[in-house]
Ligand binder design. Structure first.
Ligand code: RB5
Length: 142
């Protein structure tokens, strides 16, 4: 199960991503927001972060205008490693090296075509499991 969340800035990109996930046969839960009315990104970043940290969802995708505010908010929740990615290389590396469990996107930064490629790369790349990366991830939590 994938947790989705956005503020108003990410609302329309989230609709595109929901369509894409459905086409791929992937299940998701939408934690809001549910319209393009102005709202506060920490509410939705933290809702997705708790869903992932509590084990309700394996991964999350969060979107705001830049992806910055919502990723900062999600990363306040222990156990969350939210990575803001604007390219596929970063999305691949953050899975391989950081075992990122939430992808953050900026809807005013990347278009829907690139965003979908970034999402697929993020979802389809496993954590490397290399000892040095496990050690460094543990140091983040210490
Ligand atoms: C909302 O206007 C905007 O500030 C928000 O979507 C995000 O970019 C914050 O980091």
């Amino acid at each position: 199960m994938i947790a989705l969340g956005s503020d108003h800035g990410g609302f329309y990109l989230k609709q595109e991503l929901m369509k894409h996930l459905e086409e791929r046969g992937l299940e998701y839960t939408d934690y809001g927001t549910y319209s393009d009315a102005s709202c506060d990104y920490p509410v939705y970043g933290k809702a997705v972060a708790h869903a992932v940290a509590d084990g309700e969802c394996e991964k999350g995708i969060i979107i705001c205008g830049t992806g910055i505010g919502i990723s900062i908010s999600a990363n306040k929740v222990p156990g969350v490693r939210a990575a803001l990615c604007g390219d596929c290389f970063s999305a691949e590396m953050t899975r391989l090296h950081n075992d990122a469990n939430i992808l953050a996107l900026g809807a005013r930064v990347v278009g829907p075509g690139l965003a979908i490629k970034i999402v697929d790369t993020f979802l389809d790349t496993p954590f490397s499991g290399d000892e040095r990366h496990v050690r460094r991830i543990k140091q983040i939590e210490d």
